[in-house]
Design a protein around this ligand. Structure first.
Ligand SMILES: [Mg+2]
Length: 394
């Protein structure tokens, strides 16, 4: 039997959530109704647009452009900083409503979730989607799109159709009519680069891709070719993976077989802990903005030291470097029995409020690339490969 999967996506989440929050705080203006945007810093005009209101869109303001260029297009544009605590709060409130219907909820991002509603008897899927959508609007004050289908890929494609405040179905029998006529770049996972390579092969619509010889696509794009061909044909997973409650903090510690007496030894242990804990963080697709180091001496005295970062990270190198600095600042040369690192202030993405920290961002991106190569190597060849790599680089 086919499952029934919903993909529920908050419309223009950051801007809507900031708007609703501000109204609650007593602000008179609904920032959704004026030319407004989230991102950057009005005074310094630095940073980029993270979200914009519909009136701002009419002036040609686009997500990702610099504040400077947006202000040129729309001099009256009102700018608001991103408020991640507010976003996390509303994201949680949406999930609370979902939980009244099903436990099969997969949080896909801060404003998107998949729900498996197959087991909800007595209502047709469209009516159920309507009820959830209207409850969110009435109780929380913002709108969502709901995509309905038999797997996650199709449900997600369906929720992308006309916005906002809409419900769309994309059942397998509707693929030909609703999915295939769309430009190929609208398919999930097809970016600008892939689009131009596909266009070179005379693949312009999702239907063109679906009808293409999959073995040729595999030759040209390896496993990616097969994946997008499957997506174009509506083939995808219907497993809604229950997402655990959001972790606020992760930590890892090591009780040492013998007391550590030197700074070098302690740093080596901090490196091992950093590798482990950052890998966990990356697997969770999270970043941390506060790093703490915990030290227990052989006299069982505990102390810790922490630092808040300007930009959240999940880079092993950055966490390791800071952990060493924190250790060095605090350690009084006593024998150490236990060392630990904890990462808190967990968030989903690195989004700086301004571009003041461009150097940090670049550094983060570079380290992220190294880490993802390392993670892949480790998955393929086992943990040892990293140690070999490290010793090669010393
Ligand atoms: Mg959204």
């Amino acid at each position: 039997m086919n499952k029934i999967i919903f993909h529920i996506d908050v419309n223009n989440a950051f801007l809507s959530w900031s708007a609703v929050y501000r109204l609650k705080q007593g602000e008179k203006i609904d920032i959704r109704t004026i030319p407004s945007a989230i991102g950057g810093d009005e005074a310094s005009r630095r940073g980029v647009i993270l979200a914009k209101s519909n009136p701002a869109k009419k002036f040609g303001v686009v997500t990702g452009e610099s504040i400077f260029s947006a202000k040129k297009k729309c001099p009256n544009l009102k700018l608001y900083p991103s408020e991640f605590n507010v976003y996390r709060y509303y994201s949680g409130e949406v999930i609370k409503i979902f939980k009244e219907y099903t436990d099969f909820i997969e949080k896909y991002s801060i404003d998107e979730s998949f729900l498996d509603v197959t087991a909800i008897a007595g209502k047709n899927p469209y009516e159920l989607a309507y009820e959830i959508k209207e409850r969110i609007k009435k109780e929380l004050g913002f709108t969502v799109n709901v995509g309905i289908s038999t797997n996650k890929l199709l449900a997600k494609m369906a929720s992308e159709f006309e916005k906002p405040d809409k419900i769309h179905t994309l059942y397998p029998e509707e693929i030909k009519k609703k999915l295939w006529p769309l430009p190929v770049e609208e398919l999930f996972m097809v970016g600008k680069k892939a689009k131009s390579r596909l266009n070179d092969m005379y693949i312009f619509t999702i239907g063109d891709l679906a009808g293409y010889d999959v073995s040729l696509l595999k030759q040209k794009f390896k496993s990616y070719g097969e994946m997008i061909w499957k997506y174009a044909n509506g083939i995808g997973s219907d497993d809604v993976i229950y997402t655990e409650e959001e972790a606020k903090l992760i930590s890892s510690e090591l009780t040492l077989p013998s007391d550590v007496q030197s700074r070098d030894e302690a740093h080596k242990i901090l490196l091992e802990i950093s590798k482990k804990i950052c890998r966990r963080l990356r697997d969770m697709k999270r970043y941390s903005s506060t790093i703490s180091v915990h030290i227990k001496t052989s006299d069982f005295i505990n102390y810790s030291h922490q630092r808040k970062l300007k930009a959240a990270t999940n880079s092993t190198k950055i966490v390791y470097d800071i952990a060493c600095q924190l250790f060095d600042n605090k350690w009084q040369y006593e024998p150490v029995r236990l060392l630990g690192i904890s990462l808190s202030g967990l968030c989903e993405e690195i989004i700086e409020q301004t571009s003041l920290f461009d150097d940090i961002k670049d550094n983060n991106l570079k380290n992220q690339k190294i880490d993802s190569v390392m993670d892949k190597l480790q998955d393929k060849y086992g943990e040892d490969i990293i140690n070999r790599f490290n010793s090669l680089n010393k």
